[in-house]
Design a protein around this ligand. Sequence first.
Ligand code: NAP
Length: 282
Amino acid sequence: MITGKTKVAAVIGWPVEHSLSPAIHNAAFAAAGLDYVYIPLAVPPGALAAAVAGLRAAGFVGINATLPHKVAIVPCLDALDRSAELIGAVNTVVFADGRAIGHNTDLAGFVNSLSAAGVAIAGRRTVLLGAGGAARAVAWGFLEHGAAAVTVGARDAAKAAAFAATFPAGAVTGCGWPGEAFAAALGDCDILVNCTPLGMHPRSNEEVPLDWAALNPGAAVCDLIYTPPLTTFLARARERGHLTVGGAGMLIEQGAAAYTLWTGVEAPREAMRAALDKGLGK
Ligand code: NAP
């Protein structure tokens, strides 16, 4: 039952009705017996600053920010933690002691999803497809956890180079995809990650245009997409015998990290996973 003592968290997005986060977090709070509730709020871009100020004034414990607010929310906050500082975007805000602190739990979410799947990062050579916002979290996750190489391929070589230039010198290599340098990186690759929306519902038949023959046969293959759970990209990888990791683990793990920031306790991941599966119609 919601009472005057209930702590409130929210996700703000525009649109927000597709978000599975309310189902995942409310299931987690219920499973843990915590007096918290999590609500979706549709906040148009022009109302972002007023909404953040209002939620802080109303005593919310925190918020998740989803598209299109992840970068625009930064000036509305008092400080950023290291992950948000590195990525330049925020997906989780903690309101505490009169301050609003921005975090980016996508980094830990991705890294923890690999670790749960038994994929080690330290010393591994990695390749990312796409140079957008999620790729920044993945690239920083690899760098922070000791990857030996991070190569980012983008269909627009200039975008790949501009992406690489935002990291410390030499840390990330940007290549045109497809291209010779990119094919060479695929041959050496231990972990390949699709950071594009290619193959996401409702365009789930869309193929990722990858030269599979060029890829190291021992590479683990990951997709950030979680709808559908088994993308065409991951299905191709499985056919070729690669270990595969889908995007649902990252979604759960980034949510679990936000949950811990707000509550101070470990998240009940099984309850979160069951709510996600139900939300995805599994
Ligand atoms: P984004 O910022 O829009 O970046 C998308 C990237 O994909 C861009 O580099 C874009 O290149 C590239 N791309 C798009 N269509 C392409 C095509 N036909 N061929 C080659 N490259 C193409 O998106 P994002 O926020 O990074 O999200 C990327 C994906 O990750 C989405 O599917 C999202 O749902 C998923 N995601 C999952 C989680 C999770 O928790 N599992 C978290 C975050 C994101 P251009 O710049 O040339 O368009």
